[in-house]
Design a protein around this ligand. Structure first.
Ligand code: COA
Length: 441
């Protein structure tokens, strides 16, 4: 989708309900540096970040203008020019099972000033975002969340999990394949040039992955803010295969362990690898680093292959595993037809949705080649069809293939109307590649 979504009007329903409370919902003119700057400062305050420097704000004004930027203003507040609530959104492809992508409505920067909390502002903004996405024909909404308690009520559910890993490199001798490519140090500026092409090769490999935006690179590489604010110990290494083709890279910092001048901990920032060979090349390099006792790798997949490529399985531990990407189906037919499935069959889905977007009874017919057709299905279920009743949150959890229908059935979150329906859904929906999203947005 082009960025036509920038011109989508403000949602009249939410504008009206906020107006009844003396508040004004409006779009920010991102070309107006002063207005956008004050919105960015309000967002920073909402997340308890420090006030951003003029330089950082200037970079964000340029780098985030592609987002549809909305605020809520209280014209009676002492500082009436600062919004009391913020949200931004854009349409971007997200990978779905079958190495393909679907347009999704990414929602970010949801904040409400503590002076105005718990009077329905976030609800008005979120519902407005969903209605706007639907009016633009975007079939799915998604976000990464600060708390797991907020978005279920709007039909979102965790669909992609992530893990923070710690590898004790004194115990973890590399037993994986011996890569035949080579590693090269490159500068952050070179990575900014070369990284997007590598990430683009990787993007369709795991369901849940999205395209990084240009400012993402500047932030990840420490290129925002002033020269003095830039990290001095960020290292970048690129892996080229035996033919000399760049196939992966890692950025990382090595920190001294307090009180041990020769002891270090290596913290991985980004590892992106397009091939198994590059994966082995990069992880072997990180794990075998001299003078390093442990490798810390946050926000990785929950089943990283490196755990199987070291001599001691217990040397790689997950220090944290939790929900990462939350999705919300808006258009059941478009969303379910966009992905591929692992087993053919017929599944009737009775979907309830308090906000109405996904409500209905649908027949999902999956062909032998894994493609599917979805029809409204008021009638009796075809013979041998699986049938379940579930909420839009549960369908959204299952959508990317990383959550088990059998587990949701056991939890009472979906109801099997034919015995064995949850297993049938798992056979079709589960992705052979564990979903993973490598970034926050
Ligand atoms: C989270 C936040 C946006 C909520 O804004 P708000 O305007 O107070 O929320 P609302 O009044 O619209 O509440 C909507 C619903 O969410 C619930 N809710 C709001 N914040 C919640 C929270 N932090 N935890 C659990 N429930 C929450 C409310 O109880 C309400 O429930 P109901 O409609 O079922 O009765 C706001 O507290 C905030 O800015 N927090 C800090 C920044 C942040 O974490 N943003 C989220 C980024 S992903």
């Amino acid at each position: 989708m082009s960025n036509d979504y920038l011109r989508a009007p403000i949602d009249p329903n939410s504008a009206q309900s906020l107006e009844a409370g003396g508040l004004r919902l409006d779009l920010v003119d991102t070309a107006d540096a002063e207005q956008f700057g004050s919105w960015l400062q309000a967002e920073a305050r909402g997340f308890h970040d420090g006030a951003a420097s003029d330089e950082t704000i200037a970079g964000q004004v340029a780098g985030l203008a592609y987002r549809r930027t909305t605020g809520v203003w209280d014209d009676t507040a002492a500082d009436a020019a600062s919004p009391v609530a913020t949200v931004s959104s854009w349409s971007t492809p997200v990978t779905v099972p079958g190495e393909r992508a679907i347009d999704a409505w990414a929602v970010s920067a949801v904040t409400v000033a503590p002076t105005h909390r718990r009077r329905g502002i976030a609800r008005a903004m979120l519902e407005a975002e969903l209605r706007t996405a639907r009016s633009l024909g975007v079939p799915l909404a998604m976000l990464t969340v600060s708390e797991a308690t907020i978005y279920g009520r709007f039909g979102f559910a965790p669909a992609v999990m992530a893990a923070d890993w710690k590898i004790d490199t004194r115990r973890a001798h590399w037993t994986g394949p011996t890569p035949d490519g080579r590693l090269n140090f490159i500068t952050v500026e070179q990575l900014k040039e070369q990284g997007p092409a590598i990430v683009e090769k990787v993007r369709l490999q795991s369901p849940g992955e999205i395209e990084p935006w240009p400012l993402f690179w500047d932030r990840a590489l420490g290129l925002t803010g002033s020269e003095a604010e830039r990290p001095k110990n960020l290292r970048v290494v690129r892996y080229d295969d035996a033919a000399g083709e760049p196939q992966g890279f890692a950025t990382y910092v090595v920190n001294e362990v307090a009180g041990d001048v020769f002891g270090h901990s290596l913290e991985v920032r980004i590892v992106s690898t397009a091939t198994d060979d590059a994966y082995a090349g990069i992880w072997r390099y990180l794990i075998e680093m001299d003078l390093v006792g442990d490798v810390i790798a946050p926000l990785r997949a929950v089943d990283e292959a490196f755990a199987w490529q070291i001599s001691d399985f217990r040397a790689a531990t997950k220090t944290r595993q939790r929900d990462h990407l939350w999705t919300r189906i808006i258009d059941v037919k478009a969303a379910l037809e966009a992905r591929r499935y692992s087993a053919h069959g017929s599944i009737v889905l009775e979907v309830s949705d308090a906000l109405g977007f996904a409500e209905g009874r649908f027949l999902l017919s999956i062909a032998d080649d894994g493609t599917a057709r979805v029809r409204d299905w008021p009638g009796a279920a075809p013979d041998n069809a699986a049938i379940v009743a579930l909420g839009v949150s549960e369908l959204s959890a299952l959508y990317l293939g990383g959550v088990s229908a059998a587990t949701l059935a056991r939890a009472g979150r979906i109801t099997e109307l034919h015995a064995g329906s949850a297993s049938a859904i798992d056979a079709s929906f589960r992705s052979p590649i564990t979903p993973w999203l490598s970034i926050w947005f």
